[in-house]
Design a protein around this ligand. Sequence first.
Ligand code: IMP
Ligand code: MG
Length: 193
Amino acid sequence: MQREPLPPEIETVLLTEQQIRRKVSELAAAVSADYGQSGILAIGVLKGAFIFLADLVREITVPVAVDFMAVSSYADAAESSGEVRIIKDVTESLKCKHVLLVEDIIDTGITAAYLRDNIRSRGADSVKICALLDKPARRVADVRPDYVGFTVPDEFVVGYGLDYAQRYRGLPFVAVLKKEVYTARPPALRGER
Ligand code: IMP
Ligand code: MG
């Protein structure tokens, strides 16, 4: 099928569709091996994780339930303030669940740390974090994902669910966005997930 040409705002493709597909299979195999038949509650962090979660759960071989959370950070708060607000919550109790928190990317780690602690405090039996991408250079919060697809450099990336100003989520690969696209409005201050 003919695909759209590469958008001109893309600097370079960092991870191809094939690389991602292979990695998602590896991650699903590792997750499946670690959890027993008691099953997993996979919680996708909206919006960025929706494509990764969809591909991941189709390859997990133990029972898996799916739910979603959405958060927003205060757009004008300093990133290190750690202020995160839940704007969409899971629909069922987390008590006694083995939760797999599925993130598109761990950047400062503030979101993942907040959600991990929040889920723990609500009585989950266990919480592990599975992130497609890890950008450790910008880490502020103490969070180490249990499963990581790829470690990426300190660049702003889009595609495979990740956006800039709600664009590019549908690209089948992960790409670095040209800096001039966001220099007028730094991505750190978007307040968007
Ligand atoms: P953190 O709380 O700083 O770890 O940021 C988490 C959220 O910021 C992610 O779930 C993404 O939605 C967004 N984010 C961080 N880095 C990038 C990036 O390079 N591209 C797109 N979104 C990003
Ligand atoms: Mg986003």
